[in-house]
Write a protein that binds this ligand. Structure first.
Ligand SMILES: *[C@@H]1O[C@H](CO)[C@@H](O)[C@H](O)[C@H]1NC(C)=O
Ligand SMILES: *[C@@H]1O[C@H](CO)[C@@H](O)[C@H](O)[C@H]1NC(C)=O
Ligand SMILES: *[C@@H]1O[C@H](CO)[C@@H](O)[C@H](O)[C@H]1NC(C)=O
Ligand SMILES: [Zn+2]
Ligand SMILES: [Zn+2]
Length: 499
């Protein structure tokens, strides 16, 4: 997950949510992190500058959810209780996950990966470890996809196909947690929990393999490289990860939810994220004719101010958006107006249309403001370096499916509807292709101190969440296939009836 610049992301909330803002602004002032000095080549691939916590606490509603009352099923107008999915199966899945030998094993998988963190597209040993475990489980797979990625398969080998995905890469962060399984590589750390994601997906593989004769189709397990940088998702898709797959799910650990609590929401969940860099130059002809009157610094400054007008005046205040200018470079000459000024930053939005509109307006505003001061401007959005991430919008039906599977598995009190977060994820690329749902699993436990946000050098997880995470993945996949097969056979019956 890519963490947001929370400072700017909160300003537009102020007028609407005064008390909420006060709480968060305390968090800001006590936050030790600040934007790091940018390297001159503006490497946008890792958002080192934004290591602080996700801006919005996810826990808002704790409704008394019951899995059987009025929720949409994958099978339209069909009472799923008892007839399609039995609670017994949820319990059996949980029982496998909680077997002491399996708990020990899933923790050991996570620890081995944690000790040996590998950055984007370098997940060679991580990938080897996964393949060894899959071999051990007698699960077949395709390798490589996207360099180090794996596409494993459990079930009948026939449709329907449903996918679950885990990301494998670590971050260029020095681990500050002193513990037995601390990262053995200086400057690299699993600070976003992708080690846990891999362990939980392998855990799910083991559960699904044990229940293979119950599967009414095929589960595809995707182990993806390069989520934090390099856009592994896009490359996985290009190399066939979603072949035949009709729906996909993914899970992310969250320090804002207590251990093993599952959280998600329908619709927009994570922001879309893009970067821009503007270059403002004095127009040669005018500069010469008008005695160097084109002031690039003034033009760039006006553009920076006007960009905030897009957020404060054009944007729907109920549709959160952020533009942050994060660097401004006009040299250091105190005597001469520079011929060229560069500035740039990041923008985020939750809705696809809004996100693309924002991109268009950033371009227009900068070019127009430059021309006001007799300058010209070009704006680069790094489209060809894969650094634009669309918003993660959960498909309503897939979200409902996650919710029902989780509620039946961990109980209604352990499922929370969460607020959207300003962070971004490349899982959104899968969601542009097929119906998808993203959800969180809590790893917060004050007793052991797992209270730090992702991308913090102090980040840690409560490993007691791992078995529940594996079981949730497995239940979502098995149940999806089950309900789909019922819906398909009903369609067939319908046809027979009609003809
Ligand atoms: C939640 O729902 C259950 C089952 O309908 C009910 O027994 C329980 O009292 C409810 N709890 C609350 C807090 O409403
Ligand atoms: C989002 O918008 C872009 C550009 O308009 C389009 O290419 C993409 O398919 C859209 N995604 C979704 C999920 O609608
Ligand atoms: C937090 O961790 C402690 C120590 O491992 C454990 O006893 C406790 O049950 C955990 N709390 C939760 C909510 O899981
Ligand atoms: Zn991350
Ligand atoms: Zn992440």
């Amino acid at each position: 997950m890519k963490i947001s610049h929370k400072f700017s992301s909160l300003f537009h909330l102020r007028s609407m949510l005064p008390s909420f803002f006060l709480i968060l602004s305390c968090m800001i002032s006590s936050s030790p992190q600040k934007a790091s000095t940018k390297s001159p080549h503006h490497d946008f691939s890792y958002l080192k500058s934004a290591v602080s916590s996700l801006s919005n606490p996810p826990e808002v509603e704790s409704k008394n959810q019951s899995s059987s009352s009025g929720m949409k099923s994958l099978v339209p107008d069909f009472d799923t209780d008892g007839r399609v999915w039995s609670r017994e199966w949820s319990e059996e899945i949980l029982k496998i996950a909680k077997k002491p030998e399996n708990v020990k094993w899933i923790k050991s998988v996570r620890r081995r990966i944690h000790e040996n963190p590998e950055l984007a597209f370098e997940e060679v040993e991580t990938s080897r470890l996964i393949r060894r475990e899959l071999d051990e489980l007698d699960i077949s797979y395709r390798f490589p996809l996207a360099k180090t990625g794996i596409r494993a398969m459990v079930g009948t080998g026939s449709p329907p196909f449903v996918a679950i995905r885990a990301d494998m890469d670590a971050l260029p962060i020095q681990e500050a947690v002193e513990w037995e399984h601390k990262s053995k590589h200086a400057g690299k750390m699993h600070a976003c929990g992708h080690d846990a994601h891999v362990a939980m997906l392998i855990g799910a593989a083991k559960i699904l393999k044990a229940r293979e004769e119950h599967l009414k189709g095929t589960v595809i397990l995707l182990f993806q490289p390069a989520e934090e940088a390099g856009n592994g998702a896009k490359r996985m898709i290009r190399e066939g990860a979603l072949e035949d797959v009709e729906a996909i799910f993914a899970m992310h650990v969250s320090h804002l939810l207590p251990t093993a609590v599952i959280g998600s929401r329908s619709g927009p969940l994570l922001a879309g994220c893009g970067f821009f860099k503007a270059v403002i130059t004095a127009e040669q002809s005018r500069a010469l004719n008008l005695c160097h009157s084109a002031d690039t610094v003034l033009a760039a400054s006006a553009a920076v101010i006007s960009l905030q007008g897009i957020i404060s005046r054009e944007a729907n205040p109920l549709d959160s958006q952020v533009i942050s200018v994060t660097f401004f470079n006009s040299g250091d000459d105190v005597d001469v107006i520079p011929n060229m000024v560069e500035f740039g930053g990041t923008f985020r939005a939750f809705c696809n249309t809004t996100f693309h509109h924002l991109l268009k307006r950033i371009q227009e505003v900068i070019v127009a403001q430059a021309s006001v001061y007799g300058c010209s401007a070009t704006v680069n959005f790094f489209k060809n370096t894969d650094s634009i991430y669309p918003p993660m919008v959960n498909d309503d039906r897939m979200y409902e499916h996650v919710k029902r599977a989780a509620v039946d598995l961990v109980g209604p009190t352990n499922f929370k509807v969460v607020q959207p977060l300003m962070g971004s994820e490349d899982f959104s690329f899968y969601s542009e292709v097929i119906p998808a749902s993203f959800f969180f699993i809590g790893i917060k436990n004050e007793t052991i101190g797992s209270v730090h946000s992702a991308h913090s050098p102090h980040f840690m997880i409560d490993e007691n969440a791992l078995p529940a995470g594996a079981a949730t993945h497995a239940a979502i996949a098995e149940r999806y296939l089950h309900e789909r097969s019922v819906s398909i056979s009903m369609l067939r019956q319908d046809k027979t009836f009609l003809t």
